[in-house]
Design a protein around this ligand. Structure first.
Ligand code: BG6
Length: 613
């Protein structure tokens, strides 16, 4: 996934675009570039590495103009370097393009264009686009039509933005398939385009979201949208409720730490007005679920990637236990190619913070093709996963910038808890009284989360003990098994320590062979229905000389005698306990990464959500 920003208006585009790219750097940060048109001439500046390198270059060799586009890259084709950075200029220097996605047939197009005399100056797939547009401009087409003709030849999914000094009064932007969003921002006498909301939020809240197969022609005073064949379309302009400050770090050193500490507010917002506490009922209007439809559901397939998939694993236990509906969790990149057994009594529930992860979107389309009802739990408003679904539950946590997801993990845990209760009510499942109490438990959750966050200093000493480890094993049972996976993922993502998670009961069937003084074990052992069983695993590990860090519930007298180090959490109703047990693991990974000097917000090789296969 890359970040794209464009501007057309009367102000200088350069500072607006580089500030916007800064807000999108979580999408890719291995090279960056910017192009502006001034006096019908295109100037380009590009460099490898972080955006700060481009900013330094722009300070040395400034460029200015009322129209421009910029890009921050997550390389797929062509190593991160200045010559492979976007924007890519055409042969005559009067057309320039930035791109998100992969041109799957670029090799064939490159050959064809080279035979026509085109000279390629990069190893990227993207460069074929600018040569194609140039071909059609030279044949007499205007910029929008040249762009449409070129884009129709491309295979794969794309977010494309381009401009030309032949027509310096417009920017052309297009979306094909699922390669990340294309958002158009409506200003007063100026317009913006970006691949995500935070980049332009400080300038406007009036935004339109391009669907797949749409092309926008953006001028200073407005925009038009057509299909790839040129047929005009009406596109709605939404008012986005996020506040720009939320996309800032504030007093925190890292976005990840800020987002960990935002979880009291984000959990409160996730609950929001979706719980009728006096009636003890859950209200999820955007899911649009009737009792009749709820009773027709024979099974639910949760599909997602990364952290979102771990939330799905908790969702399976909650929905099966509370609503008694069979649930399978399927990693999206597997689901889409597995010829899955899906029918019209199946719900495919996709979970995605960004709502733009290509594998998850493709899994949704696979479900659609096979007749399933599509639901999604998403955070980014207007994202594709929101638009593809028949019903949606939003996370309501505001922008999440840190690449390692935190508040967008605890939010879907609460969404899934609420969904399970609503489903059970609509299906008149037994256990009404218990459900009323479960609804009431939600009222306590923000305080329990606040209580966990107050213990951040205590996590530091555990982090210090583990920071030099090369390997780490996370163990959990039942509803804590997914939390073991999430804890291990957090440590991997930002500290680069090899961390593995295992269902605790499985340890004796293999990984116990790894246990010795050099392999710390993090065991999730709060007071829940799986507590006793987990204690046996802790004892097995200790018996082999393992170093055990246990996540334990306040007042537990046994674990301090068994484990070497304890991460204490407050007593929490077990169905909500994943929300409190994951927080010390988020903090642990964060503190270890900081102690190891890692780049926490932009870990190597990762991106906030991956919009290519
Ligand atoms: C990865 C991110 O690229 O995508 C993870 O680094 C994330 O943090 C995963 O969990 C899935 O993203 P999303 O947006 O679909 O939840």
């Amino acid at each position: 996934m890359c970040g794209i920003v464009g501007y057309i208006g009367s102000r200088d585009a350069t500072p607006i675009i580089s500030a916007g790219l800064k807000r999108l750097e979580y999408r890719g940060y291995d090279s960056a570039g910017l192009a502006v048109i001034e006096n019908r001439h295109i100037e380009v500046r590009r460099d490898a590495g972080k955006l700060s390198r481009l900013e330094a270059l722009l300070a040395e060799q400034p460029i200015h103009g009322p129209i421009g586009i910029g890009h921050t890259r997550w390389a797929t084709h062509g190593e991160p370097s200045a010559r492979n950075a976007h924007p890519h200029l055409g042969a005559k220097g009067d057309v320039v393009v930035v791109h998100n996605g992969i041109v799957e047939n670029f090799a064939a197009l490159k050959e064809e264009l080279a035979a026509e005399g085109a000279v390629f100056r990069s190893d990227t797939d993207t460069e074929v686009i600018v040569h194609l547009v140039e071909r059609y401009l030279d044949a007499g087409a205007d910029l929008p039509s040249a762009a449409r003709q070129a884009i129709r030849l491309l295979k794969g999914a794309h977010g494309i933005v381009l401009l030309s000094s032949r027509e310096p009064d417009k920017i052309v932007a297009a979306r094909v398939g699922n390669a990340g969003g294309v958002v158009i921002g409506v200003g007063d006498g100026e317009m913006f385009v970006a691949s995500d909301i935070p980049a332009i939020l400080e300038h406007t809240r009036r935004m339109a979201f391009l669907e797949s197969g749409q092309v926008a022609i953006i001028r200073r005073d407005g925009f038009d949208v057509t299909t790839l064949d040129g047929k005009p379309l009406d596109v709605e302009v939404h008012n986005v409720a996020w506040d720009p400050v939320a996309a800032e770090k504030g007093e925190y050193t890292h976005f990840m730490l800020k987002e960990i500490h935002e979880q009291v507010r984000s959990i409160t917002d996730t609950i929001g007005d979706r719980v009728d506490f006096p009636a003890g009922r859950i209200v999820l209007p955007t899911l649009a679920l009737t009792a009749e439809a709820a009773q027709r559901i024979r099974r639910i397939i949760i599909t997602a990637c990364g952290t979102a998939a771990h939330a799905g694993m908790v969702g399976k236990i909650l929905i099966e236990r509370i609503a008694r509906v069979p649930v399978e969790v399927d990693i999206a990149s597997e689901f889409r190619y597995r010829d899955p057994l899906v029918d019209d009594e199946t719900v495919v529930l996709a979970i995605s913070q960004s709502g733009e992860t290509a594998d998850t979107l493709a899994a949704m389309e696979e479900g659609r093709r096979r007749g399933a009802t599509l639901w999604s739990i998403v955070n980014v408003l207007g994202s594709q996963a929101m638009r593809l679904a028949d019903g949606t539950i939003t996370m309501q946590v505001g922008p999440e910038i840190g690449v390692a997801s935190t508040k967008a993990f605890t939010a879907p845990l609460v969404d899934l808890y609420m969904l399970a209760i609503l489903l059970a009510d609509l299906r008149r499942a037994p256990g009404e009284t218990e459900r009323r109490r479960m609804v009431a438990d939600l009222r306590r959750l923000p305080d329990l989360v606040s209580n966990c966050l107050d213990r951040a200093p205590a996590v530091e000493s555990v982090a210090r003990a583990l920071k030099d480890a090369s390997h780490c094993l996370y163990l959990g049972r039942g509803i804590q098994m997914p939390i073991a996976y999430e804890g291990a993922l957090k440590l991997k993502e930002i500290s680069y320590i090899h961390a593995e998670a295992y269902p605790a009961g499985e340890m004796k069937h293999g990984p116990i062979a790894l246990v010795d003084k050099t392999m710390p074990i993090v065991a999730l052992a709060p007071k829940d229905p799986w507590y006793e069983k987990t204690i046996s695993q802790v004892e097995q590990a200790k018996a082999r000389g393992g170093v055990v860090v246990a996540v334990a519930t306040d007042g537990d007298e046994l674990l301090p005698r068994l484990a070497d180090l304890i991460l204490w959490v407050p007593e929490t109703p077990w169905r909500l306990s994943p929300v409190t047990t994951v927080i010390p693991l988020q903090l642990l990974a964060y503190q270890i990464a900081v102690m190891r000097g890692a780049d926490v917000d932009q870990p190597r090789n990762l991106a906030k959500s991956v919009t290519v296969e």
